[in-house]
Design a protein around this ligand. Structure first.
Ligand SMILES: *[C@@H]1O[C@H](CO)[C@@H](O)[C@H](O)[C@H]1NC(C)=O
Ligand SMILES: *[C@@H]1O[C@H](CO)[C@@H](O)[C@H](O)[C@H]1NC(C)=O
Ligand SMILES: CC(=O)N[C@H]1CO[C@H](CO)[C@@H](O)[C@@H]1O
Length: 385
């Protein structure tokens, strides 16, 4: 999912029309609500709309409401017989939410803590743990962590706050997914220096090498990039992490085309060749259920959309002997989406030999979870946790 800007504290004013991929709406947004030629303003949720290509040709992302990935790893199918919708007795390894806060205010760097960005509140995390969530994908921005170059020193203040968040999560027995929410870019330029990217990950992994409950997510949603480069960046991240001595942790790799599950089997097939000496790669995919291109809808295209959009990925994972996680998903607060989301989660759980879990995108503003969709779905999500 895209970055968000903190509601009520947004300071940006944008003149004229918003450019490609820029924000064009959302609560608190004071900039332009129209996009430059060739792009249209796509509604994602009450907090965020973004300028995306009009033809929908470059990305097959369906956008809609935000989702949070819950993730799980299948491992030993548990034998609980809780009756969740659709039944099923398997349990996800990872099930949780995205914590989207520290990467807010995209494009305003370094930005001000408490204004452009903030870190997730501990009360939000503990509430969600009580709801059964065991995984938190903590988004952050690389430009704030390493302001100068990919290989330069950390901003110690940002690192400290990030680490406190991570430690709070893992000290409470949950998993913290470190998510550089950068779309394969650094200061808006596609990252092409593979060696520098490896060093970046070496440096980050050094910090967390002794915490086995940390999961490294190479980058959020590569898109519109050379497919071989996406492979190389993922491999460099793996190599950097392992060479830093972080050998126990899982690594979530992401693909091109916004790491979409529904196009994975045509777009990202080369990523099957990624290699990890520790054999702990998990393929992170994202999936939203509204139609792309309409630009307005919280609606899911059908009650079957969830299953239809991931079934090809399920097959790909199984045929290639890989494990996956649905790192972001969501649906609007309406019955069609609810049925589609239920079907999606049931499908993932029925295929928990390859799907390790799922992470709901976002629970609302960084304070106690309160997003509209989250509130609508929490009772359902609890049944899969
Ligand atoms: C870190 O968090 C503290 C509050 O706990 C805040 O005062 C400070 O500005 C933050 N710094 C950064 C860089 O996030
Ligand atoms: C690829 O995935 C899509 C979406 O799930 C699915 O409709 C399609 O049948 C898949 N193709 C193959 C060859 O598996
Ligand atoms: C943008 C957004 O809704 N982010 C949310 C992601 O999930 C965490 C956990 O619930 C929320 O605190 C964030 O506000």
């Amino acid at each position: 999912m895209k970055s968000y800007i903190l509601a009520g504290v947004l300071t940006t004013g944008v003149a004229a029309q918003s450019g490609p991929w820029q924000q064009c709406g959302g609560i608190g947004w004071q900039g332009s609500t129209t996009c430059v030629s060739g792009y249209h303003c796509q509604y994602y949720n009450e907090w965020y709309s973004q300028c995306i290509p009009s033809q929908g040709s470059t990305t097959l992302r369906t956008s809609t409401t935000q989702v949070a990935p819950t993730s799980t790893i299948s491992s030993a199918p548990a034998t609980t017989t809780t009756s969740s919708p659709g039944g099923g007795s398997k349990k996800f390894k990872w099930f949780g939410v995205n914590q989207s806060c520290a990467e807010f205010g995209k494009g305003i760097f370094p930005g001000r803590w408490g204004t452009e960005f903030i870190f997730p509140s501990t009360s939000s995390i503990s509430t969600l743990i009580r709801d059964g969530m065991n995984t938190f994908r903590v988004a952050f921005s690389m430009e704030r962590l390493v302001p100068n170059t990919l290989t330069s020193a950390f901003d110690q203040g940002y690192l400290k706050n990030l680490t406190e968040t991570v430690n709070y999560i893992t000290n409470n027995g949950a998993w913290a997914v470190l998510d550089p929410h950068n779309f394969g870019r650094y200061y808006d330029n596609i990252i092409t220096d593979v060696t520098a990217f490896k060093t970046f990950w070496y440096n980050v992994a050094k910090v967390y090498a002794n915490n086995p409950r940390v999961i490294f997510d190479t980058n959020n949603e590569y898109h519109d990039m050379d497919q071989n480069l996406v492979f190389q960046l993922n491999q460099a991240a793996i190599d950097g992490i392992r060479s830093a001595g972080a050998t126990q942790q899982y690594i979530f790799v992401e693909g091109n085309s916004w790491t979409g599950a529904w196009t994975w089997n045509v777009t990202n097939t080369n990523l099957a060749a990624l290699a990890d000496p520790e054999n702990k790669i998990i393929y992170e995919m994202h999936q939203y259920l509204d139609s792309d291109g309409s630009g307005t809808s919280e609606a899911c295209v059908s009650t079957e959309a969830g299953v239809q959009r991931v079934i090809g990925a399920t097959r790909w994972l199984r045929e290639n002997g890989k494990l996956g996680i649905l790192g972001e998903f969501a649906g609007g607060a309406n019955p069609t989406c609810r049925t589609a989301i239920t079907g999606l989660l049931d499908h993932l759980r029925e295929n928990s030999d390859v799907w390790t879990g799922a992470l709901w995108w976002a629970a609302g503003p960084c304070e106690p979870p309160s997003g509209t969709a989250y509130t609508y779905y929490i009772d359902l999500l609890r049944q899969y946790a």
